[in-house]
Design a binder for this molecule. Structure first.
Ligand code: KIV
Ligand code: ZN
Length: 519
């Protein structure tokens, strides 16, 4: 067991549960499985796959992931309620190492206003929840929700009681991102000093980022003896998100002088490709200046900095970009590059694709792009992989797009689509306030799916006039939020692909629901 003296930290990833709770980040089953496989490869110890009672989709995702991944513990979340716990138990039953994670709020504000329960009742429900879960699996985690705002002496009482009831991990969440590093460290120290049976469980922490201190709070708790960190890729999660996996792991490694040589099982060279994968499937863009995996994290603009790095890298770079899976060279391939070079480059960038997919990429989109662009950069290759490989099942494919605009007037878009299920081709034209508006109207008319746009962004993948443009959007259809992403050297085509990608998600979720109802 990872007790306070242990030098090995357990990495508990909750990208597929708390991360998926980020507005606009929902993933379908295929995407969740893809992320789960990547997380297993990355080396996470525990994978929180979902909250099975919340929906049939969540239940099925946890069950499928339990069957699919071999090495990590697979965890399902449940409230301290029998029906939640039974559903979570059923979902993780097939896992090699199943865990049930039960939670109950303990802070005064949650007790009084949300739960309407006194301390004694909370203690009783927590213990009952752990016992109920323990009847199904050996590995039970308990979280006193909003622990950071719970009275420390009551928190110690709850922790002691749930350990006595059989909890093997007790997680201390800062649910609302309230804590500061000093205060959170003191709280964890308080528990180590005041919970007599604390050495019988692993102490975990789960920090939210509302004040931008999630990573700092997590690391402070580790210094106080916590040995499980709950994190998400790219820091996804409720509201401002959770502590970012890549930041916690790289801080521990880079500043091992401060963190006493604590180690994780994470293969850091897969951090960048995993971050890109999660960004692609969720549609949530990683900020350029995001630590570790942001586009600017290893870029040097100032002449003084660039000169320093060329003379000695560590003058301005505290980590080697290769240690997170970023290739050092920026310029890579062109139209004369061969398949072998392309395959090698993908491998160096951390993309592990089957030979058939590499060939399809090389002879199709890569060749096309290399004809349009003189130089193909790493970022172009990453964008190609992300837009072409394993996206949501495609029903509608864009065949042709023509746009006419007039200064001060309306724009007209003519679009031709193929329905890949029926093989029908359809063509229609629509007008709009501008070319993008016209394209979106035409796509909605052809597919019968109308989306309400929440966010739409265009950015250049690389620099220069012939750079590829990436369009990303978030939209709603009824109560469903979807995202879409498209890449092309033509930004109107990229926008059409992004909108169509979002439509395809709606169509594929409708088809999945229909299929489920038939069975
Ligand atoms: O933030 C939180 O408190 C949670 C719990 C379920 C651990 O996500
Ligand atoms: Zn949380």
């Amino acid at each position: 067991m990872a007790t306070k003296a242990s030098k090995r930290l357990i990495v508990f990833d909750t990208t597929l549960r708390d991360g998926e709770q980020s507005p606009g980040a929902s993933m379908n089953l295929t995407e969740k499985l893809e992320v789960a496989r990547a997380l297993e490869l990355l080396g996470v110890d525990v994978l929180e796959a979902g909250f099975p009672i919340t929906s049939q989709d969540d239940f099925e995702a946890v069950r499928a992931i339990s069957r699919e991944v071999a090495r990590p513990t697979v965890c399902g979340l449940a409230r301290c309620v029998a029906k939640d716990i039974d559903r979570a138990a059923e979902a993780v039953a097939a896992a090699k190492r199943p865990r049930i994670h039960v939670f109950l709020a303990t802070s005064k504000i949650h007790r009084e206003y949300k739960l309407h329960k006194a301390r004694g009742e909370i203690l009783r429900l927590a213990v009952e929840g752990v016992r109920h879960a323990k009847a199904a699996v050996d590995d039970v985690q308990f979280s006193p929700e909003d622990a950071a705002r719970t009275e420390p002496e009551f928190l110690a009482q709850v922790v002691e009681a749930v350990i006595d009831a059989g909890a093997t991990t007790v997680n201390i969440p800062d649910t609302v991102g309230w804590a500061t590093p000093e205060g959170f460290r003191a709280l964890i120290e308080h528990l180590f000093e005041n919970v007599p049976n604390i050495d019988k469980a692993v102490i975990a922490v789960h920090c939210h980022n509302d004040l931008g201190m999630a990573v700092a709070n997590t690391l402070a708790a580790v210094q106080a003896g916590a040995r499980q960190v709950e994190v998400t890729v790219n820091g996804l999660g409720e509201r401002a998100g959770n502590a970012a996996l890549e930041e916690v792991v790289m801080a521990l490694g880079t500043r091992s002088d401060v963190f006493g040589g604590l180690a994780t099982g994470i293969r850091t060279e897969l951090l960048y490709p995993t971050s890109r994968l999660v960004s692609r499937v969720t549609g949530l863009v990683v900020a350029r200046n995001k630590a570790i995996v942001g586009e600017n994290a290893f870029a040097h603009e100032s002449g003084i900095h660039a000169d320093g790095v060329l003379k000695k890298r560590s003058t301005y770079e505290i980590m080697d970009p290769r240690s997170i899976g970023l290739a050092k060279s920026r310029l890579v391939l062109g139209k004369h590059s061969g398949r072998h070079q392309f395959r090698q480059r993908l491998k160096e960038m951390g993309f592990r694709l089957p030979g058939k997919e590499i060939d399809a990429l090389f002879f199709g989109p890569f060749k096309e792009l290399a004809d349009r662009k003189k130089e193909v950069f790493d970022e172009d290759i990453a964008a190609l992989v992300e837009s072409e490989v394993a996206h949501a099942p495609e029903t509608w494919r864009l065949l042709r797009l023509t746009v006419a605009t007039a200064t001060g007037g309306m724009a007209t878009a003519t679009v031709e689509l193929e329905n890949l299920l029926t093989k029908d081709r359809k063509r229609d034209a629509a007008t709009g306030d501008g070319p993008v508006d016209a394209i979106f109207h035409a796509l909605s008319r052809l597919t019968g799916v109308k989306l309400k746009l929440d966010d739409y962004q265009i950015r250049s993948v690389t620099s220069g006039a012939e750079a590829q443009g990436e369009a990303r959007l978030e939209a709603r259809h009824g109560d469903k939020s979807v995202s879409g992403r498209g890449v092309s050297t033509d930004i109107l085509e990229a926008s059409a692909k992004a909108y169509l990608g979002a439509i395809n998600r709606i169509v594929s979720s409708r088809l999945a629901t229909k299929k489920r109802k038939r069975h």
